[in-house]
Design a protein around this ligand. Sequence first.
Ligand SMILES: [Zn+2]
Length: 512
Amino acid sequence: MYKRIFKLFSNNRRLIHYSSGKPPAILHKSVFGKEIFDTFEGIPQKSWSEWSQIRQELLTNKAFNEHNIDAIILGQCISKNNCSLGNSFIDYLNKEEIKFNLATTAKYFSLLYLLNRDNRFLYGKTLKTKEEELILDRYNSLRKKYEILDSITLEGSISALSLTKDWKKCITLLEDIKLTKIPSNLSYSVTASAAFLNNEIDIGWSLLQQMILDEKNIDNIVYYAYLNYLKATKNDIKIELEKLFMFLQENDIVIESDVALKISEFGNESGLTNFATAVSKRADCRNCNQKLEKFDLDNEEFAALKTAIFKNVIVGRDIFVKTNPNEVNRFNEFISAQEEFDVVLDGLNVAFSAGTRHSPQVFSSLVASVVSYFVKQGKKVLVVGRYHMKQWPRDNWSFINQNATVFLTNNISQDDPYLLYCALNSGKNTIIVTRDLMRSHKFLLKETKLRILFNRWLSQRQYQLVKVTAEGNPFFRFPPSLTFSAQKNGQYWHIPFKPCQDSNISWLCIKF
Ligand SMILES: [Zn+2]
């Protein structure tokens, strides 16, 4: 097992991935031009006459004009990750004295960013004076010409400026973008990375917190930049590294294997023993033998989640579209009189677990089997379902009603909000039986922190029905015995990461 994980690491040693670092590709507006753009793959440059011919040929089609052609060509070079060819086209434009409009300039900034990104953020080197001057001159002349920039040009400018000594301008430009939209993952990430590399740690962290609030994914470059800050800092690196691990923990972030590799290399350089390892089903780390934890919600967190689900998911605007107020009132009465249940069962989800093309006899017997399984264990069961289930075959339906409490909603209502609330209302330890991951409901929760709590609660309390045998014995996928989140167990930090070629989570075990 260890060997396999190490192999995953070593196979990817030369391949550094950027989770959201790729600039958006400009789609060519028609099939016309595709053959030309296909020739952009894998060749480092084109001659003056080749560029001239490509430009002329594209301009014969009305999808292309003098205003968009250069940005499209440059965008194609970038989307094919061919920076060298992009540079060759820039040389051509300069020789021809073709002026860069806003769209071309934005693409040129993206190209300059891609050309210098690794040197700056991955290796922590400063830009050569010539490169830096090129970016700053181009940006300053742009600002002289235009007082207000569109968000695409702003984002291109941020990418390029983040590499330079004038990186703090990115903070102002982020504010400009916010006037019309939420900044992109990349704009936030490059600015935070620049802050870390320039030893402005508080600015870096505050940007990362902002990204979490805005539901943005943190690009790998941020972690690389932070590790480069650690290499240069006089602060205690263990304390600084723990700040990063705590951030991963608080936000349930699972890093990519490339980032784990860089953390591991940094650990080796800094004398922190670490191994890529696996954790057993019983939650034991195979490297240090420490038991990993399951993070339970504390009482305050649980109460906050329950209130938010009721406010945003049950009474929220969305549910009223499909439900009438009478039903919500009936539900209110039901829950105020409700006892606590050990198990809350998603009736239709269980019924349809073997597919929707079966007979009501099959649907009802699946639900009856699951009810029976829990009742035999002495558990109190609630089945949430819809009115039409009343038409199920009498024997199974009577069994369900005699052994469980049943709450039915209108046939057109969504029943899962009720299911969620009944489970939460029954208490912290109630089991919820459904295969539904409830994503759409999670997104109705407005705060990121509540969404994280929701994930933690559901993943720990959810039983997913896999099958019911011919004898009527159900098999479930049980909640994992640990939380897949960065955690300190004894002297060891455990950092989960996604291996490239495997769906299972692996762990970095670091001795502190
Ligand atoms: Zn360990």
